[in-house]
Design a binder for this molecule. Structure first.
Ligand SMILES: NC(=O)c1ccc[n+]([C@@H]2O[C@H](COP(=O)([O-])OP(=O)(O)OC[C@H]3O[C@@H](n4cnc5c(N)ncnc54)[C@H](OP(=O)(O)O)[C@@H]3O)[C@@H](O)[C@H]2O)c1
Length: 368
């Protein structure tokens, strides 16, 4: 019998889409959130002829309520963000229960914390933690892993570029915009000289070609830094770059080295929190683009002399559709016992390269 899937954050934009993606796969997740009045209509709609889905009430500020959601062997999927502020209770509950944990974070400091702090705890309890299992950063890990497999032991560095082509309008959800602002002043990281080092986001920039144009991406700490070196022992350098920032790219790149000092200025952190709050109250909950955005991800592997030895390009749908399908597909596999590992796992470590390629295909993420 498949294990229980609990979806925390079901009333949000990404959580709602993930609930639909789970239902489309025949799963009957427990829908959890802080507002039962908003969970119940969703549970009735998605439950179909078999009757409403089960619901559970939990506010993440109540750690005991979050712990009550999840038991050993369950699969907990959470889309409650910003994860730096709200994510800890869910990962702690899943870790201590010995559950499988999946989340939609894209926030580098939270991701690093899951690997460094909760990963060893999960190895002891038998839990499997799969953070950032959405558009951030599954496509780059997959492209990177495929390119590394092509390169073999010539791999010295891998660069991963994320390109996003979206139509007019607000391309990101409110939750994403607030989460992005929440990490601007936070420490970043990279894999450099064969080890994980602190590095402010935006410190590096990379030009890459994807879908017919040259893009300029800014560096960010991703799952790639934390999980690709485990696949290729010769890998000394990993770069991950996002092309999302348009005309702000150059300014952000120039300001990046000053981020640690800016973050220490009196009033900087509360000022950024106020800005995030203001943005959160002004923007739409859901993206207002037509939903026809496309993601293009490129991974290039170079040898120690700087010669390119492998290149893989993937294309996929709108980041929110992709995130919902990746989370739902992975949750269903985990509930069927197909994620046997323990500790904090990268997407390849959790599912294998063939398994991840197949899962990505079901989310529309394929070689371009
Ligand atoms: N990595 C990626 O590719 C990717 C893709 C999509 C989203 N994300 C991330 O996922 C997160 C959610 O995004 P979103 O667009 O779904 O945002 P959203 O629509 O604002 O949803 C946030 C969810 O968190 C819930 N929540 C907030 N405070 C809570 C609390 N104290 N207790 C319990 N639940 C609480 C909200 O519940 P209410 O409905 O009751 O307010 C809502 O369900 C963000 O951090 C975003 O950056 C990442």
């Amino acid at each position: 019998m498949a294990a229980r899937i609990v979806l925390l954050g079901a009333t949000g934009h990404t959580g709602g889409r993930t609930a639909e993606a789970l239902a489309a796969r025949g799963a009957r997740p427990v829908l959890a959130g802080r507002d039962p009045a908003r969970l119940e209509p969703l549970a009735a709609r998605l439950g179909g002829d078999a009757g409403p889905l089960e619901t559970a009430t939990a506010d993440v500020t109540d750690a005991a309520a979050v712990r009550a959601l999840v038991g050993r062997g369950d699969v907990l999927v959470t889309t409650v963000g910003p994860f730096l502020q709200l994510g800890e209770p869910a990962v702690a509950a899943a870790t201590d229960a010995g559950a499988v944990y999946l989340d939609s974070t894209g926030e580098p400091p939270f991701l690093r914390r899951v690997f460094e702090e909760f990963g060893p705890r999960a190895e002891r309890s038998g839990a499997a933690l799969l953070p950032a299992f959405g558009h951030d950063y599954v496509p780059g890990v997959l492209a990177g892993a495929l390119a590394l497999a092509d390169a073999g032991d010539r791999a010295y560095r891998v660069d991963v570029g994320y390109g996003l082509d979206s139509g007019r309008g607000q391309g990101f959800s409110r939750g994403t915009l607030v989460s992005l602002l929440g990490v601007v002043l936070e420490p970043g990281f990279a894999w450099h000289g064969g080890r994980l080092v602190d590095e402010p986001a935006g410190a590096r920039a990379w030009r890459f070609d994807a879908a017919g144009r040259t893009r300029r991406g800014l560096s960010v700490g991703g799952s790639e830094h934390l999980t690709l070196p485990g696949l290729a022992p010769t890998l000394a350098e990993v770069g991950v770059y996002l092309d999302w920032f348009g005309p702000a790219t150059e300014v952000a790149h120039r300001l990046a080295p000053a981020t640690p000092w800016l973050a220490r200025l009196p009033g900087a952190a509360p000022g950024m929190a106020r800005l995030a709050d203001l943005v959160g109250r002004r923007v739409a909950a859901a993206p207002t683009t037509a939903g026809d955005s496309r993601t293009h991800v490129v991974a290039e592997v170079r040898d120690v002399a700087g010669t390119r030895v492998a290149r893989v390009q993937l294309a996929g749908p709108d980041p929110y559709a992709m995130t919902a399908d990746l989370l739902a597909g992975a949750a269903v596999r985990a509930a069927a016992g197909e994620v046997p590992g323990t500790g904090a796992l990268g997407p390849v470590q959790a599912l294998g390269l063939a398994g991840l390629t197949a899962l990505a295909g079901t989310a529309g993420l394929v070689r371009a």
